[in-house]
Design a protein around this ligand. Sequence first.
Ligand code: B12
Length: 292
Amino acid sequence: MYSIRKASQLVGIPAVTIRAWENRYQLTAPVRSTGGHRLYRDADIETLRWIKQQMDSCNLKISEAVTLYRDKQANKPAGASSPPGRFINLSEQLYRELVDLNTVQANEVIDLCFSLFHHEEVFHHILTPVLRQIGTAWENGVISVAQEHFASQMIIQRCTQFMRILPLNPHLPRVVALCPEGEHHQMGLMLFSLFLRNKGHDVIYLGPDTPLKDITGLIRVKNIGIVAISLNNPLLAVSVEKWISEYRLANPELTIIAGGDGFQGCSANLSPLVCPPGPSEWDNWYSLLLYR
Ligand code: B12
């Protein structure tokens, strides 16, 4: 247990400020010594440190840092309470570090994002927009192929790391996720795979440019229950649709989920498999499709 003087030294916040925050936000709840003095626990020290770190590194006001802290405690997405400006600042910072090929700094910005916001918010509101910006800059000749590859690889790598740490539910069907041969846009597939991992599914992520004929053996051997396919290029849609229709006929127990702009004009018999593009609609769609 620490006196207020010691706590103040440990966290670098004046004692008078600690008391003021206590009255206003009830951030800490020190016990009292027999003499009536405040005594702080390690958990109180950690809370104060976390708050100070957010205020210093992100230039937040105390009220904003407290809101973030409460969201974090409730383990809920920073959602409504995260001002979009916060995402924008971090996205701009991340974009700059990525196009400057600064591995360490880019990773630090991403670490900061994960410490501030719920991971799904980081994927949807920071990493995806930055990847879009990178792709557009590359298409317009503003950045080189090397810069685009570096940025895409780093973002995909950070998402993949996240896949490993989310807990698995062994009772849920195993998923294989892929983009068919010729399709290199993998960010939508990655986001949807993370969505399924977050639900507890074991996801075998094959990623871009995967020949469909090569996965039939894998589906059997690995006891796959769901195949998630992402397609951006509509020119590939005919051959992919053909494979899906034939495979479904031969394996009616298998669930196939199709997503991405490439499936937009798909035939009516395939359309029930096509997932809506907006991640906000995935939850509803997921419960209807998988537990019908
Ligand atoms: C980044 C990018 C790239 C990167 C991809 C990096 C990577 N590793 O993924 C690189 C530089 C490699 C690239 C290459 C090309 N690209 Co590009 N690219 C983009 C860009 C800028 C962003 C795409 C992206 O990542 N979006 C973010 C993801 C999250 O969004 P999304 O793919 O739309 O997915 C959402 C939904 O569709 C859904 N979803 C997607 N898949 C799935 C799967 C399932 C199962 C589910 C449920 C949901 C789902 O989930 C997401 C939710 O938000 C877009 C333009 C833009 N501003 O969107 C062009 C764009 C997609 N590219 C395009 C093109 C033409 C190309 C190239 C042919 C360019 C060229 N001249 O070589 C090559 C093709 C490469 C190939 N063979 O596939 C066109 C596609 C047009 C079309 N429909 O055919 C676009 C639209 C640009 C344009 N203005 O025309 N590109």
